[in-house]
Design a protein around this ligand. Structure first.
Ligand SMILES: *[C@@H]1O[C@H](CO)[C@@H](O)[C@H](O)[C@H]1NC(C)=O
Ligand SMILES: *[C@@H]1O[C@H](CO)[C@@H](O)[C@H](O)[C@H]1NC(C)=O
Ligand SMILES: *[C@@H]1O[C@H](CO)[C@@H](O)[C@H](O)[C@H]1NC(C)=O
Ligand SMILES: *[C@@H]1O[C@H](CO)[C@@H](O)[C@H](O)[C@H]1NC(C)=O
Ligand SMILES: *[C@@H]1O[C@H](CO)[C@@H](O)[C@H](O)[C@H]1NC(C)=O
Ligand SMILES: *[C@@H]1O[C@H](CO)[C@@H](O)[C@H](O)[C@H]1NC(C)=O
Ligand SMILES: *[C@@H]1O[C@H](CO)[C@@H](O)[C@H](O)[C@H]1NC(C)=O
Ligand SMILES: *[C@@H]1O[C@H](CO)[C@@H](O)[C@H](O)[C@H]1NC(C)=O
Ligand SMILES: *[C@@H]1O[C@H](CO)[C@@H](O)[C@H](O)[C@H]1NC(C)=O
Ligand SMILES: *[C@@H]1O[C@H](CO)[C@@H](O)[C@H](O)[C@H]1NC(C)=O
Length: 567
């Protein structure tokens, strides 16, 4: 066995344990007989989507995207392993006939095998369309078409084909595990005031269970679709031990419950956890209080409407492989941080240095992150989370270039990303305070600001936050103030202009930070840190297949050559 076949063997061994492939977290059978299975994952920042199609056949397999569900106008790939080797082409259909090979080949084949009557084809493409014969992959449900033959002679035929509608980029599986039940956390007979905008908060306890259960789906439970704008659930710290109701963000309490667990917004659907993880509840987890926040938009200002909206939690006693948990990252909430008025785009930063996690936990582990929820208040416009390892940025963990307080959601990453212990995560928030005339302080009320990103990950650790805050002493002296009074005066008296805003922003980023890791029991570790530079988000080049591409990995090169030899 030569070194090349050894490489191939090792690679295929790695591919054969596809069940756990973090790059392909989603899976659907496209046909009712379960002969055709599609797995996929994507990276919205790189702009690529990865597919693995497995079909019970030794003949050719076809897969594509169709505007209306039929052949006409469809963007199709056809591949297989024939007597002369493997073949794979990007095509399009002009009618009910054999699809025509595209001039530009925009799908990249990564892997193609046939064994035991099964063909497995793994390929990648850009999320955007790169030529007129390809269709862009959108945020909406798309009609996926498939077909396969019993031999390698590609032909048009009426059997062994079909269509299934799937939302690839906003996918929610509908698995129902055994012993599935649900509980609701909702308002009860709440009289919605006759006000245009009203935020109601209800602090309550989750139900208790003798044994641990796993929550696997969180669904909106909305009784007045015309009134409810969004609903959020936050976990409270251990010192919150009494239920109560209050108008949110008015100093009446409950603001300290700020670890977002679930969210539903107008137009949103349910949130499903990946199959290998569930949010634990019950058992020795103890009593935990939550804050349910419902934003009412009473457009008619009608009086006397009663609401019972909230969220529904599906759980099962059949425990999944891992407990999932939520880690709060970003800019710590502490007094002394302000965003100047009249800023078109002001940046703030919060650093999580996971190297400090072992200082508060005995058995820390790497984080497998699958979803994130960004959070700022009304002036937030963008949130980006950079991922650094060994002092270098290796990825953007997540990015929201169009953040809108009114449309917050838990975003699925498209693939499971590993944050190794020792990695750093930088949360960058962009604010617009053009229309404000006074300082916007960091704080809990919606007119104050925050910069947070909640990471949904497994396996769970007893960790609540990993955040940072600029060293205020350094900030004051960097600004030439020797005490708090002088500094406050400078902040308030400054007639902020572009130059001074920019100087202040650069100072905030340059100075040393206090990086804090806090566990479930509020034990913290406090360490110094510096804000690294965040790279600009790369533009996404179109994917081209073909052997001319310089940076092809060895395996792709070999496959590519094989494909070309076959023709
Ligand atoms: C297709 O293959 C899978 C995996 O080998 C098998 O479980 C399934 O029963 C097959 N389907 C049919 C219809 O033969
Ligand atoms: C809520 O209102 C309904 C209808 O008026 C009533 O039957 C129910 O008892 C009320 N529930 C509570 C908890 O007050
Ligand atoms: C609702 O609006 C009324 C009249 O505009 C105002 O007086 C009242 O304070 C508002 N109520 C709440 C709870 O905000
Ligand atoms: C819980 O602790 C936080 C800070 O430690 C404090 O701000 C808050 O008021 C406390 N809440 C209660 C209900 O004691
Ligand atoms: C507001 O009132 C109008 C007229 O009474 C009604 O048709 C409409 O459904 C109401 N809208 C809401 C959001 O309640
Ligand atoms: C500022 O106010 C103007 C005029 O009301 C409005 O057009 C603009 O959208 C506002 N800008 C922001 C960032 O809210
Ligand atoms: C978290 O703390 C609880 C209570 O002390 C403990 O039972 C549990 O094992 C801990 N979980 C982890 C993952 O360390
Ligand atoms: C701060 O500096 C000012 C002059 O810039 C000086 O008058 C004042 O005494 C200083 N205060 C302290 C606490 O050092
Ligand atoms: C901006 O403000 C600073 C002081 O806050 C002042 O020194 C500077 O001249 C101003 N620049 C412009 C262009 O107005
Ligand atoms: C962490 O907090 C727990 C509970 O408050 C306490 O018993 C324990 O001693 C603390 N551990 C450390 C290392 O401070």
């Amino acid at each position: 066995m030569g070194p090349l076949s050894l490489v191939l063997l090792l690679l295929s061994a790695q591919w054969s344990c596809a069940q756990e492939d973090p790059l392909l977290p989603f899976s659907e059978h496209l046909d009712p007989e379960h002969n055709v299975r599609l797995k996929w994952g994507f990276d919205e920042i790189q702009g690529t989507i990865l597919f693995e199609l497995t079909v019970n056949t030794s003949g050719w397999v076809g897969f594509g995207f169709s505007p209306k569900g039929g052949m006409t106008g469809a963007d199709i790939v056809i591949g297989g392993v024939g007597p002369k080797g493997s073949y794979f082409t990007d095509r399009h259909a002009v009618g009910n006939s054999i699809p025509v090979v595209d001039q530009q080949q925009n799908y990249k084949l990564l892997y193609l095998t046939e064994s035991d009557g099964k063909t497995v084809m793994k390929f990648q493409r850009s999320i955007e369309s790169c030529d007129d014969n390809d269709l862009p992959i959108t945020n909406l449900p798309m009609k996926l078409i498939y077909a396969y033959g019993q031999s390698d002679d590609i032909e048009y035929h009426k059997s062994r084909r079909g269509t299934k509608e799937v939302n690839l980029l906003k996918y929610m599986p509908r698995v129902t595990p055994p012993n599935s039940k649900y509980f609701d956390m909702t308002m009860v007979n709440f009289s919605v005031p006759a006000n245009l905008t009203y935020y109601h908060c209800k602090i309550m306890k989750a139900p208790t269970f003798d044994r641990k259960q796993h929550i696997y789906r969180i669904e909106p439970f909305i009784t007045n679709l015309d009134l409810v704008h969004h609903a959020l659930l936050y976990r409270c710290p251990p010192n919150v031990t009494e239920p109560f109701e209050v108008k949110c963000y008015t100093g009446g309490g409950g603001e300290e419950c700020m670890e977002a667990v679930a969210v539903w917004g107008v137009g949103g659907g349910s949130f499903e956890l990946p199959e290998m993880a569930g949010l634990p509840i019950g058992g020795n987890v103890g009593d935990v209080f939550y804050r349910l926040e419902v934003h009412y938009n009473n457009l008619n200002k009608s009086a006397g409407r009663v609401d019972n909206s909230g969220l529904r939690f599906y759980y099962t006693s059949e425990l999944r492989q891992h407990d999932a948990a939520i880690l709060l990252t970003g800019l710590a909430l502490a007094p002394g941080y302000a965003i100047p008025p009249k800023a078109k785009s002001f940046l703030t930063y919060g650093l999580c240095d996971t190297a400090y996690i072992p200082k508060v936990l005995e058995t820390p582990n790497d984080l497998q992150v699958f979803s994130v929820m960004m959070h700022t208040h009304l002036t937030g416009r963008k949130v980006r989370v950079g991922h650094f390892r060994g002092g270098k940025q290796i990825d953007h963990l997540a990015v929201d270039e169009n953040y809108n307080f009114e449309y917050q959601e838990v975003t699925n990453l498209g693939k499971t990303k590993t944050v190794k212990l020792g990695d750093q995560l930088l949360v960058e928030c962009t604010y617009n305070t053009e229309n404000r005339t006074t300082l916007t302080w960091g704080g809990l009320s919606t007119s104050e600001e925050m910069c947070l990103s909640s990471l949904f990950y497994y396996p769970a650790m007893n960790l609540s936050s990993c955040v940072s805050f600029p060293n205020l002493q350094t900030l004051r002296s960097a600004m030439g103030a020797n005490d708090t009074g002088t500094w406050l005066n400078m902040m308030y008296m400054n007639t902020w202009n572009d130059t001074s805003i920019n100087q202040y922003q650069q100072t905030l980023k340059r100075i040393d930070q206090l990086v804090t890791v806090v566990d479930f029991f509020n034990n913290g570790s406090y360490n110094p840190g510096m804000i690294p530079d965040l790279k600009v988000i790369p533009s996404t080049p179109c994917m081209r297949s073909g052997c001319a591409i310089k940076s092809l990995a060895l395996i792709s090169l070999l496959l590519c050559l094989a494909v070309h030899w076959a023709y």
